[in-house]
Design a protein around this ligand. Sequence first.
Ligand code: BGC
Length: 394
Amino acid sequence: MSRAYHSPYPRDFMWGAATAAHQIEGNNTASDWWAREHGRIPNAVAEPSLDAANSYHLYPLDMMLLANAGLDTYRFSIEWARIEPEEGYFSKVQLDHYRRMIDVCQETGLRPFVTLHHFTNPLWFTQSGGWFVPRSVDRFIKYVEAVLPILRQVDYVCTINEPNMVGMWADFARVGPDIGLPEPDPIVVEHLTAAHKEAVNRLRAVGLKAGWAVATQAYQALSGAEMTAAQYGYPREDYFLEMAREDDWVGVQAYTRTVIGNEGPLPVSSSARTTQMGWEFYPEAVADGVRNAWRHARVPIIVTENGIATANDQERIEYTAGALDSLASCLLEGIDVRGYLHWSALDNYEWGSYVPTFGLISWDKETFERSPKPSLAWLGEHAVQSRRAAGGAG
Ligand code: BGC
């Protein structure tokens, strides 16, 4: 790994992996996604999450595998639907569970990076208007107030994961365009923004570093289509980056690029190399996302998600190496990037299907036994070498 010895990463750069509760914990039965998976609210998905990776119980093992590999940060989400399964009832047992998770994370040698909302809502919330109604803001803030006491000694808190995607898909029954993404619903966006801003105030008041994580799409204009690309990108990405200007940091979540022609987004070229998601294999997406975030938000950036859905772990390493090379250029340009958190620690429930595998660790569907993939060791070694090159303990 001689490349890492010329690492531009600062000593306290965070190296880690990320997950989301619903995608790995299993049995998130009070959530709107669970109801959707079981046909109680539209639209149908290919398969339900069920036990998922049983990380609700096995999280100490997952954390240990990450720490042993050399990573120092674990981003995970706490689940609103478990904590407040009925409006106004906050389960002490579930709050304790997540506090224990934070403790175990720290005891394992990992910095906990906690997300408060990662796509799922309690079913009661969605059935009574979801993010479409003004009281969604108040409801979210009550949840934030309830979790504040368990967040002591956590450095980083993400209020809402990918508000731009939440704005696009808050209505499960919505049908998107054949190519590209729908425009986020303006009412939902207004409520998400208000909820985020108020949550940031509350989190900061107790000394936490607050921000939100934006799905960056690396919009690339063909010559002559610059205006179309700017108009397309603003409501889907740039707005959310601008809304982070007063925050402590902004998260970049990058996977692929979107090429924009005069009529809007173009389909992935038939000659392009693609991933299990049908997305173009484009490791440089992370640098595009970081540069766009820097342009619009001007606050410290953390790559809170980046990865590839592939059944071939060598391809994951190839993708990640390319992504980290492109990220290194951003640091050399002077952009303030504070961390890289790979998506995902584990193979997980990819919002309707277990087929795409993003994980650094796989698991047995019967026994839940974990099998770290070579990519985990590779990323951990990269972290160790980078820390060493920066004069840290390795
Ligand atoms: C989400 C994850 C998801 C990943 C890959 C991000 O949009 O935050 O939950 O699994 O991308 O699609």
